[in-house]
Write a protein that binds this ligand. Structure first.
Ligand SMILES: NC(=O)c1ccc[n+]([C@@H]2O[C@H](COP(=O)([O-])OP(=O)(O)OC[C@H]3O[C@@H](n4cnc5c(N)ncnc54)[C@H](O)[C@@H]3O)[C@@H](O)[C@H]2O)c1
Length: 323
């Protein structure tokens, strides 16, 4: 398999690349390093620093390396920023996805895997399944929904098979100790906890404590990044074997509130100070996954589905990063 991975110098992308390389796959990374990092680029992969909107270059790369599958992760993902800078998000998440798909037309590409998000569901009660009608609330969620639509449209026209993966909240770091989350601009809770864990006087901001949830804070389903990377490998194998497109939730099926997560952190750092702030624009109250379809499709055993392990691995990575 020759794989092209957009956003392969980013957090999740680098974990997928690590596992693909372990499986002796040929990997080409395209990344403009806007939120990606050189440190995360696997030396055994071919790296091209470019914007995915560069149709000519993408097409040339696909042909040169006889790319069979594209894993498309490149995007901006700050939920609050997306509300203010809609044009920026439109250009990078919607338009650039369209150009990437254009460049794969009439080439060797057979499969596309797309990083979507649970945010496309909007506010939901209980575990959400893939059958649930899409209801994106914020602009970031809207760009992901539009991305899904483009993937479906181009796949139908060009006979690609697609795998749309709706990630829930991704956290933790590879057990290899070589990669983890570096970027701080996305506003991720567990990354922030990891950063604060190294401080003498740690502080955590909680955005909104008046949501309609058990304790007033947002509820999310956290998945370990290495398990998520493994799902991409399984998806590639499935698409090559069955030639059948799919949409799947990627979460463990368990919701934790922000307070639940902070309480676990309190056991590690008892002096943590908590600031309650107002809600962040674009955030939804609660979302966690119904995993039935996923488990039926992949018969999968996660390796890291323990929230304490996820938090500890994020902290371990942060320590290494700051050494
Ligand atoms: N992290 C999460 O919890 C989460 C949850 C749901 C969905 N996602 C999706 O997963 C994907 C990867 O997220 P991540 O957490 O690894 O973030 P990330 O910022 O670490 O990775 C994104 C990568 O894409 C690159 N990039 C962005 N725009 C580009 C462009 N136009 N051309 C080339 N490269 C570009 C960035 O430089 C970066 O390396 C995104 O599509 C995101 O929407 C992430």
């Amino acid at each position: 398999m020759n794989i092209l991975i957009s956003g392969g110098a980013g957090y999740i992308g680098s974990h997928i690349v690590e596992q693909l390389i372990q499986k002796k796959t040929n990997v080409v990374i395209i990344d403009n390093l806007k939120t990606g990092h050189k440190k995360l680029i696997n030396k055994k992969a071919k790296f091209i620093k470019a914007n995915i909107s560069n149709k000519g270059l993408l097409r040339k790369t696909i042909n040169k390396y006889s790319i069979n599958s594209i894993i498309h992760l490149a995007a901006y993902l700050n939920v609050s920023e997306a509300e203010i800078k809609k044009k920026k998000y439109y250009k990078n998440n919607i338009l650039a996805t369209k150009l990437l798909l254009e460049s794969a037309k009439n080439t060797t590409v057979k499969n596309i895997i797309f990083s979507s998000s649970c945010s496309v569901y909007g506010n939901v009660k209980g575990a959400v399944s893939e059958k649930k009608k899409i209801n994106p609330q914020g602009y970031y969620a809207y760009t992901k929904y539009k991305g899904e639509e483009l993937i479906k449209k181009y796949s139908k026209k060009n006979k690609f098979c697609y795998g749309i993966l709706r990630y829930f909240n991704v956290a933790g770091a590879s057990p290899s100790g070589l990669i983890g989350e570096i970027e701080t601009s996305h506003g991720h809770l567990i990354k922030n906890i990891a950063i604060q864990s190294l401080k003498k006087n740690p502080k955590i901001n909680i955005y909104g404590h008046d949501y309609e949830t058990k304790d007033g804070t947002c509820i999310r389903d956290y998945i370990h990044v290495s398990d998520l990377a493994d799902i991409h490998i399984k998806s590639l194998v499935y698409l090559n074997k069955n030639k059948k497109s799919f949409i799947l939730n990627c979460g463990y099926g368990k919701g934790y509130s922000v307070k639940d997560i902070v309480n676990i952190f309190k056991k590690i750092k008892s002096n943590v100070k908590i600031n309650f702030l107002s809600r962040r624009p674009g955030d939804i109250a609660q979302v966690y996954s119904n995993t039935k379809k996923f488990l039926k499709t992949f018969k999968w055993n996660p390796r890291f589905n323990d929230i304490k392990i996820i938090i500890k691995s994020a902290i371990k990575w942060e320590k290494k990063l700051k050494k």
